[in-house]
Design a protein around this ligand. Structure first.
Ligand code: AMP
Ligand code: MG
Ligand code: MG
Length: 308
């Protein structure tokens, strides 16, 4: 029998369950004690066993259920049989209780592009900064990020043994974002969140020009967007290449679904078509409120160094 739910909502419901399984894999790899760290392009560009297993888990689980999707993930997929233990077949019923926004009701599977970051904040994961880590599944249609799922496997890990470990945040444009308490950053203060592992002179020049009251240096694009929606930071500023489309797709949706804005450092919207360049070459600027203040402060010297 054909499902009464739209393709988009079924995909989001499945991706929610798949992201939860991914979070469990991320925790299991730490518990087993062998991270299997590999250097990719540099000493700050790492991959662990968790990145590899979660990449397989998410991509295989999604493509079994939705074979016509275009899926673009950060890590290479090994050839050969997939361990059945890595496949998640569930769908989160709470998602299916929500209505699909009318503009997305006729979307077909083959029209969607899914951007997967199996583990965002790998450098911090290897250093034990566990709540910096997220799993990101972003969904794009006609080049625009429209739905996203963020699992934070170690949410609450310092809150004591009785606290529930891990959470999943999800959202769809035109519907809203769920799984967290929206809070604005202190009014009148400029609290900037930025990279801790990939800084350089452009990054610091741009932040200085914004007269920050405080600068939070933390790992992960997903983690920094969570700081914006939970009122811990007022702007995410990263004036450098390095961040990729799989880093920004899901976080951008969550932020946009609650009225925020994410662009490159010039103010251009990011594009998520399947053929787009993976690198966000012109950096990232994101806020929940007060975007124009931060955009107006980006120095011309920084802009001219970052070509989209
Ligand atoms: P960060 O804010 O440093 O945690 O970076 C956010 C995301 O962008 C992470 O997935 C990083 O791996 C990625 N990223 C940022 N800069 C670089 C870089 N220079 N080399 C590799 N990955 C980077
Ligand atoms: Mg990442
Ligand atoms: Mg990653």
């Amino acid at each position: 029998m054909a499902s009464s739910h739209t393709v988009l909502m079924r995909l989001v419901a499945s991706a929610y369950s798949i992201a939860q399984k991914a979070g469990a894999i991320v925790r299991r790899v730490i518990a087993e004690g062998d991270l299997g760290i590999v250097q990719k392009t540099s000493a700050t560009d790492l991959q662990t066993k968790a990145d590899r297993l979660v990449q397989v888990s998410i991509c295989s689980s999604l493509s079994r259920k939705f074979p016509k999707l275009t899926i673009i993930g950060e890590e290479d997929l090994p050839s050969g049989e997939v361990d059945p233990e890595l496949i998640e077949d569930g769908q989160w019923e709470e998602v299916l209780k929500q209505p699909c926004p009318s503009q997305y009701r006729t979307i077909k599977e083959e029209d969607l592009v899914v951007w997967v970051d199996p583990l965002d904040g790998t450098k911090e994961y290897t250093e034990g900064l566990l709540d910096n880590v997220t799993v990101l599944i972003g969904i794009a249609y006609e080049g625009k990020a429209i739905a996203g799922i963020i699992n934070q496997p170690y949410y609450n890990y310092e809150a004591g043994p009785d606290a529930l470990l891990g959470r999943t945040i999800w959202g769809v444009l035109g519907l809203g974002a769920f799984g967290f308490q929206l809070k604005e950053a202190p009014v009148g203060k400029h609290i900037i969140t930025t990279t801790r592992s990939h800084s350089n002179k452009l990054v610091t020049d741009c932040i200085s020009a914004m007269n920050p009251d405080d600068v939070l240096r933390v790992g992960g694009a997903g983690n920094k967007i969570i700081q914006l929606i939970e009122g811990k930071a007022s702007a995410y500023v990263f004036a450098s290449p390095g961040c990729k489309k799989w880093d920004t797709c899901a976080p951008e949706v969550i932020l946009h679904a609650v009225g925020g804005k994410l662009t490159d450092i010039h103010g251009n919207a990011l594009q998520y078509d399947k053929d787009v360049k993976h690198m966000n070459s012109a950096g990232v600027l994101a806020t929940l409120r007060n975007y124009d203040y931060y955009a107006s402060r980006v120095p011309e010297s920084v802009k001219s160094a970052l070509i989209p």
